[in-house]
Design a binder for this molecule. Structure first.
Ligand code: CA2
Length: 148
């Protein structure tokens, strides 16, 4: 197992920084990737940063993480609230998982209050903007260090 963290992003997050800045901020996903890579590097780890609009692609990456990643940071976007399939895939991953939401889903519509992924996540970060990704890396680094 390497010190690689998979950072997985779900549907529409490719639009980050391009639409709805009031909810999601003005940073692009490429900006988040750079900042997240630097944060991981500060802990002596590297990342594989991925985004897809397709549920099956996210599931395939979680399967790849089973033997390629020490931990997973995941913002499943709308699949958070709908996908038992992503939950099942995460349940087959042995390492730590941190769920991230840029917005505070609990301050938003009721349908965003439930997360299937939270049933598996070791930690959940919501409403901290894109800083949530950096906090998730810090938390994974601690969990992985404590597990040694
Ligand atoms: O707050 C989050 O990070 C969410 O996971 C974002 C999802 C939403 O469905 C979740 O309830 C909460 C939506 C991602 C869409 O991202 C966009 C970004 C900019 C412009 C349009 C969509």
């Amino acid at each position: 197992m390497t010190g690689t963290i998979f950072v997985l992003n779900g549907p529409n997050l490719n639009l980050l920084g391009k639409r709805q800045p009031g909810i999601y901020g003005s940073e692009t996903l490429a900006d988040v990737e750079v900042a997240t890579a630097l944060q991981a590097e500060s802990h002596g780890m590297s990342i594989r940063f991925l985004q897809s609009n397709a549920e099956h692609q996210l599931i395939d990456w979680i399967h790849e993480a089973r033997d390629q990643a020490a931990g997973i940071v995941i913002n499943p976007a709308a699949y958070t609230h709908t996908s038992v399939a992503i939950l099942d895939a995460l349940n087959a991953f042995d390492g730590p998982v941190i769920e991230v939401h840029i917005s505070n889903v609990h301050k938003r519509e009721e349908f965003r209050h439930h997360s299937f992924v939270s049933l598996r996540a070791d930690g959940v970060i919501a409403g901290c903007g894109t800083q949530g990704y950096l906090l998730a890396i810090d938390r994974l680094a601690k969990l992985l260090a404590d597990a040694k």
